[in-house]
Design a protein around this ligand. Structure first.
Ligand SMILES: [Fe+2]
Length: 256
């Protein structure tokens, strides 16, 4: 990943050993627009498995992708109890949004949106499908991070090597190649997978260290979206809702 990873977070023991600021050298994940397609109606199922809606027996279509990563402070400390939200198009390029292009072709089995609460090591996990292009955009997954009931980062994850990246206005707008790499994930085939599953890691570095409440108590839920979604300033009551708990566990790391 980036500098300082060699320190190995687990080897350092308790975070109390950290002196804030001393290792403040991770580049913050670039902020990118939320866009117009944060769900205007959240699914009833908002867990971290976007392939299966509620108890449906029929999974969504598309290339199965295991998305993992950590949320980190600028000093590389893991940020626990951060709410990660993702939303993206299905295998037909359609969002869970009434204004999405091709809304009639939406995969009814795809959840389109999911939430997860980072664990004590700042980790998160989603099972979803690899995003595909839609009119005007290169493939991407929207990501929102909330702490203490406030959205602290909104960004997008791009697909490494996708030919449309270079002509995508938003991707180009990031400007710096190094910053682009921070929001570009390698959707790599899992060697052992008989059904061609993909795995991608996306570590998220917040620009500022969010304040920790007493004893890591969770204060507030999902922060309001920046747009007109259910949690947005122009939408109905906040996206709030109970914190995501439990849910699907990450698979063991693929063997080399
Ligand atoms: Fe989008």
């Amino acid at each position: 990943m980036r500098r300082r990873t060699f320190l190995g977070l687990s080897a350092l023991g308790g975070v109390s050993l950290w002196t804030p600021g001393v290792f403040a050298d991770l580049l913050a994940t670039p902020r990118l627009t939320e866009g117009p397609f944060y769900p205007d109606r959240l699914p009833l199922d908002t867990d971290n498995d976007l392939l299966i809606l509620n108890d449906s027996a029929t999974p969504a279509l598309g290339e199965i992708t295991h998305l993992t990563g950590r949320v980190l402070s600028p000093a590389g400390e893991p940020i626990r109890n951060a709410f990660i939200e993702i939303w993206q198009v299905d295998h037909n390029g359609v969002y869970l949004h009434s204004g999405s292009d091709g809304a009639g072709n939406r995969d009814a089995n795809f959840q389109g949106y999911g939430r997860f609460l980072t664990d004590s090591t700042g980790r998160y996990y989603f099972r979803t499908v690899k995003p595909v292009p839609y009119p005007g955009r290169t493939p991407h997954i929207h990501v929102g991070v909330s702490r203490n009931g406030r959205r602290v980062l909104t960004t997008q994850l791009f697909v490494k090597g996708h030919p449309q990246n270079e002509t995508d206005g938003l991707y180009r707008g990031i400007g710096d190649r190094k910053l682009q790499e921070l929001v570009t994930g390698d959707f790599a085939r899992i060697p052992d997978s008989r059904i061609g599953e993909l795995a991608v890691n996306f570590d998220i570095v917040l620009g500022v260290t969010p304040e920790e409440t007493d004893g890591g108590r969770i204060v507030g839920g999902i922060g309001k979206s920046e747009g007109g979604g259910p949690g947005g300033p122009r939408g109905p009551q906040g996206a709030g809702g109970p914190p995501p708990r439990g849910g699907r566990r990450p698979p063991p790391p693929p063997r080399e």
